[in-house]
Design a protein around this ligand. Structure first.
Ligand code: GCU
Length: 430
């Protein structure tokens, strides 16, 4: 067996256990990596409305089916997003003209809700390329470790919020980041490449919205707003997705950014989040899911890699309470699946990306999702990925819906960004 695959499976299990999951050893060992054993449960129909009528036109989709699917995801997977945010307060804390050796203007902003004073708000960082004649499109994405970890620039404050342990010793001490964490995530955010492609980047720490652990809601936005503990109440992914929309709101106030041309991006759990943000907020003209896996672009019904049982046991706070009732052997009862989440991006740009060693996230399943959204795109005269089988490694396919599986492991690397930035350039023209 390929050792790199062993490694990636081990990492999946370690990540799982490291986050205090309650999955038994037997359950973790049961994880299937045999394509012949994935099961044959058909995906729920995308192109038939709940009353049995066929979805045949773009209008059928827009006026009926899209709304139905959105409601199903609210009721069964991510929960309802409360109607908060209209009083968003945006304060500029710094505007630096010569960031990134003169390539960019760097903005630091604080976003808060006066109606929810207990919530500490979001520290947003925006890099805007300099010297371009017209306002530029913006890529909006949350980071795992905070603004100071996205950039190596030494004058970005270290986040004071709760953090998961860092990859290297000393980066996070007693759940607080240290100076050693500066730039720790910078390989995932190639700032100069983004600027060179004439794009702005708006990013913030996901823990500003809610710390990522089972009790994180108590110190996050969901707790501050108040939870009623009902089955279809929003989970942390819902809260993080809400944050992405507020980050886009704030971009409307930034010189040189054309917020009407926006892409939302996320990796892994934040890839699940970007799919949900893009589903709910149609201002995002492009939705990018990087290695999002289970609960994101990988179908729940395919038993390959992580399962619904594992994810809802290890990370119950990510989803609405009801989602755990669809853990194996009940996934066939789930009224939606990942192809319906992907289709909520239509007819906007959708990019789903996998990594070949990231079997935990089920690369083939992620491809199937990209492929299966096609009938909806066709209604709008747009193409899907255009192939029926997963393409060769490092060979992206598709136009309005794009997919690639790249060499390597669960991560965001330059190859991914090169594809995403080309996609933004092609689709988000002024
Ligand atoms: C775990 C989890 C995945 C998730 C990943 C991540 O591996 O099981 O569902 O995508 O963490 O966010 O890094």
């Amino acid at each position: 067996m390929d050792l790199s695959i062993c490694f990636s499976r081990a990492v999946g299990a370690l990540v799982l256990l490291g986050l205090g999951g309650v999955v038994s050893g037997a359950e973790a060992r049961r994880v299937n990596y045999d394509e012949t054993k994935v099961g044959k449960d058909p995906l729920p129909p995308l192109m038939a409305a709940s009353d049995g009528s066929k979805v045949e036109t773009a209008d059928d989709w827009k006026s009926k089916r899209r709304g139905e699917i959105l409601e199903l995801f609210r009721n069964h997977v991510f929960g309802y997003t409360p109607a908060i945010g209209s009083d968003l307060k945006v304060e500029v804390t710094e505007k630096k003209d010569g960031a990134l050796q003169g390539m960019a203007v760097r903005w630091l902003l604080h976003l808060s809700l006066p109606s929810v004073p207990q919530w500490e708000g979001i520290d947003l960082m925006v890099y805007v390329p300099k010297g371009l004649p017209k306002p530029v499109p913006v890529v909006v994405g949350l980071s795992f470790q905070g603004n100071h970890a996205v950039t190596t620039e030494t004058d970005v404050p270290i986040s004071k919020k709760w953090m998961r342990p860092g990859k290297q010793e000393g980066q996070v001490v007693a759940n607080r980041a240290t100076e050693k964490a500066r730039g720790a995530e910078s390989s995932r955010w190639p700032l100069k490449m983004i600027m060179e492609h004439g794009c702005a980047l708006a990013t913030a720490y996901y823990g500003d919205i809610e710390p990522d652990h089972a009790d994180g809601w108590k110190d996050g936005l969901r707790g501050a707003v108040g939870l009623k503990k009902v089955d279809n109440e929003w989970g942390a992914i819902g809260a993080w997705a809400w944050g992405l929309s507020r980050m886009l709101d704030a971009c409307q106030q930034i010189d040189g950014v054309d917020a009407s041309r926006a892409a939302v991006i996320g990796h892994s759990r934040l890839g699940k989040t970007s799919l949900w943000a893009g589903a709910q907020d149609e201002r995002f003209g492009i939705v990018i899911s990087n290695n999002s896996g289970e609960g994101g672009a990988a179908p729940a019904r395919r038993d390959f890699g992580e399962t619904t049982k594992i994810i809802t046991s290890a990370f119950p706070h990510w989803f609405c309470k009801r989602y755990s009732t669809y853990a194996e052997p009940n996934t066939h009862l789930l009224p939606v699946d990942s192809h319906m989440l992907g289709a909520l991006a239509a007819p906007r740009g959708l990019y789903i990306a996998s990594a070949v060693e990231d079997e935990w996230a089920d690369p083939k399943g992620e491809f199937i999702t990209a492929r299966e959204v096609e009938p909806v795109y066709r209604l709008f005269g747009k193409d899907g990925v255009g192939v029926s089988d997963q393409p060769a490694i490092d060979h992206p396919v598709g136009a309005q819906v794009r997919y690639h599986v790249r060499t390597g492991k669960h991560d965001v690397v330059d190859f991914d960004w090169e594809q995403y930035l080309k996609f933004v350039g092609a689709l988000l023209k002024p």
